[in-house]
Design a protein around this ligand. Structure first.
Ligand code: SAM
Length: 364
């Protein structure tokens, strides 16, 4: 438990050299003290301190405040890579933190140094494990393709907007890109509502809605056994007593005729619109997601949903569309909230007359 005390004038030069040697302790703040700077270290400094007018001090370390991540992690990572002979420009520009696990992508040029790069990220950002996202998310169960580069273990608990999600990043996706949706949706679900989540995963939408909107009940359907296990864990972890998990294909396990809201957080949602309409009690809202060619957005999306509503004898009250993010060149991840009401004999006639308009208000 040591620090190096150095006159303020020489502090930056010494700090740089200590960084390059990898001996600065990133878990503790560098602190000023009357004309001096105290640099916390993790071991003896392999350089001549006298050159900087610096000296060791014992026992001070513990009184310095801890720091979770350094103020400029990028600079620290680059300094560590340089010290280990890896060109710093090979370090990924972005990373994603899920609980205490870091997910990075490694370019072809960086591949031979992947483990050293991962170690620098892991040490500086103070995570338990660094994994490589090798090729995105695959298949209907949305399975990731990751490998551990540094550290140990891929199971973690991620906290987002006060909701705790246990998951294994080796087997389960966590889309940080959908954060806005997860946070905003509960505000629109009225207290007492019945919600059916057809693609619940580990509870990405079901849990925030259950906990924040005071929905009466949220049915959460999930077909992947690993995701389902975490879903039930997360229900317990968050004491979400109003979530009812249902294991299996939503086509078989979703309740019918009960819902005020139906959630369809899956890119194959289009194929399950009939399940969604069957789940509704009458008037209700379907939160729908799809991948849509950019130039067809939002017209193709609203037309598709309006046609589906019509074929299920529903009138469209409104369709609100939004682009969640760009998914691939020319393709967007789009979402729509489709509010519908059952057709009466009279409204069915009106619908035919106003076909093509459907009384739809399309908003972005
Ligand atoms: C993409 S994840 C949920 C993502 C989350 N909504 C988000 O946007 O962050 C979709 C989940 O639906 C599940 N799933 C896929 N097809 C299903 C089906 N037919 N019935 C129930 N669950 C299904 C997958 O296993 C996966 O866990």
């Amino acid at each position: 438990m040591r620090v190096i005390a150095v006159p303020t004038l020489n502090a930056e030069n010494l700090r740089r050299e200590l960084h390059a040697k990898g001996v600065v302790d990133p878990s503790v703040r560098i602190t000023k003290r009357s004309g001096e700077v105290l640099i916390p270290i993790i071991g003896p400094a392999p350089l001549d301190l006298a050159r900087f007018g610096a000296r060791y001090e014992d026992e001070v370390h513990a009184s310095l405040s801890p720091r979770r991540t350094p103020p400029n992690p990028r600079r620290e990572i680059e300094e560590r890579l340089r010290a280990r002979g890896v060109p710093p420009e090979l370090a990924p520009r972005r990373w994603e933190r899920i609980g205490d696990i870091l997910v990075i992508r490694v370019s072809a040029a960086a591949r031979p140094h992947a483990n050293v790069i991962a170690a620098a990220f892991g040490e500086v950002l103070r995570v338990r494990t660094v994994v490589e996202d090798r090729s995105g998310i695959h298949g209907p169960m949305r399975t990731p393709d990751v490998r551990v580069l540094w550290g140990d273990g891929t199971e973690t608990v991620h906290v987002e907007a006060g909701v705790r999600y246990a998951l294994d990043v080796g087997h389960i996706m966590f889309s940080s890109g959908n954060l806005a949706e997860r946070v905003a949706l509960p505000a629109r679900v009225q207290p007492g509502a019945v919600v059916v989540d057809l693609f619940a995963g580990i509870g990405y939408f079901a849990l925030p809605i259950a906990l924040r909107s005071r929905a009466r009940v949220v049915y959460a359907c999930e077909v992947n056994p690993v995701a389902f296990r975490y879903l039930t864990t997360n229900i317990r972890l968050n004491r979400a007593t109003n979530v009812i998990p249902r294991f299996g294909d939503c086509r078989d396990v979703a309740p019918r005729g009960v819902a005020d809201w139906v959630l369809m957080g899956h890119f194959d949602a289009r194929e399950y619109l009939d399940v969604a309409f069957d789940a509704l009690r009458g008037r209700g809202t379907i939160a729908y997601h799809e991948l849509c060619p950019k130039e067809q957005y939002p017209d193709a999306l609203t037309r598709r949903l309006a046609a589906a509503a019509r074929s299920h004898w529903m009138n469209v009250v409104s369709i609100r569309t939004r682009i969640v993010k760009s998914y691939a060149p020319g393709i967007v991840h789009a979402t729509a909230e489709l509010a519908v009401t059952p057709q009466t004999r009279r409204s069915a006639t009106e619908m035919q007359i106003s076909d093509g308009h459907l009384g739809t208000s399309v908003m972005e």
